[in-house]
Design a protein around this ligand. Structure first.
Ligand SMILES: [Zn+2]
Ligand SMILES: [Zn+2]
Ligand SMILES: [Zn+2]
Ligand SMILES: [Zn+2]
Length: 262
């Protein structure tokens, strides 16, 4: 909404981006100066707009929603069209975020981390935890195999907050349900008494949203990019504003790398 207001409703001013459909090879994955320039009017309007931070928040949320959708659809081998729609939307949102607000590597504790959400989406790796837990029902908190609720049945629940802050309707700690709301929901599975044994990096994680939040950049790359600037200087990402460089599948097979916790 803020973006629509900022552009006085003229959303056609946002440059088009259909070239992402072409999926060009990695070697061509760079941003054309013409594309960069086409964003200049929108960028200027947003930068000088009083509600800039709201636009940025919503733009980053839309990127993250498209990426989540892609991670879910990627598992549906019978509906590649849905994954492709989410892929294109992720590039559109990624370009908008990158062109207007920028995308930069994170610098913490002397290390740089590649946290470009769009780039990480193209790295088809997820995390699967090997653990022992007690599976509980999100509605009644009893063990899911013992309580009266069926996972495939809808129940009307009056939303409330449990002592630990979880919502009785959806089992989350942060959600939009207000105490007293009447909510139709399926029972969810909550894990109690978690004993974590190991984490594996896999192609298709059990939770499609369990993904890498960042990848540490190697020293050689950092030195090259900083090109004489001091450590801590900003490293800008340009990949999310350019054509798709394709997906990478760093690991083959179901279980590839195990990081033992115990
Ligand atoms: Zn980026
Ligand atoms: Zn139950
Ligand atoms: Zn809720
Ligand atoms: Zn892509």
């Amino acid at each position: 909404m803020d973006l629509i207001t900022c552009l006085s409703g003229r959303l056609e001013e946002i440059p088009g981006h259909d070239f992402y459909r072409q999926n060009p090879p990695r070697a061509c994955a760079r941003v054309s100066p013409v594309v960069n320039r086409s964003w200049e009017p929108v960028r200027r309007k947003v930068q000088s707009y009083h509600g800039r931070s709201e636009i940025e928040k919503h733009a980053r949320q839309s990127l993250s929603a498209a990426i989540s959708a892609f991670n879910f659809f990627d598992e549906l081998s019978n509906r590649p069209d849905l994954a492709e729609m989410a892929h294109i939307q992720a590039h559109r949102s990624g370009e908008l975020v990158g062109q207007i607000f920028g995308c930069t590597a994170e610098h913490k504790d002397g290390e740089y981390w590649d946290v470009c959400a769009l780039q990480l989406m193209h790295l088809r790796v997820g995390l699967s935890a090997g653990m022992n837990t007690v599976r509980c029902c999100s509605i009644c908190s009893e063990e899911i195999d013992l309580c009266e609720h069926q996972l495939d049945e809808l129940y009307t629940v009056i939303a409330d907050r449990k002592e630990d802050g979880t919502c009785t309707a959806c089992g989350r700690t942060s959600c939009n349900h207000a105490v007293g709301d009447s909510v139709d929901c399926y029972p969810g599975v909550l894990h109690r008494d978690v004993e974590l044994n190991e984490v594996s990096m896999v192609r298709f994680p059990r939770d499609p949203l369990a993904r890498l939040a960042g990848v540490q950049m190697d020293e050689e790359t950092v030195t090259k990019i900083l090109d004489g600037r001091p450590m801590g200087g900003t490293i800008s990402c340009h990949r999310c504003i350019g054509p798709c460089g394709g997906f990478s599948y760093p690991f083959e097979g179901p279980d590839i790398l195990k990081m033992d916790f115990l």
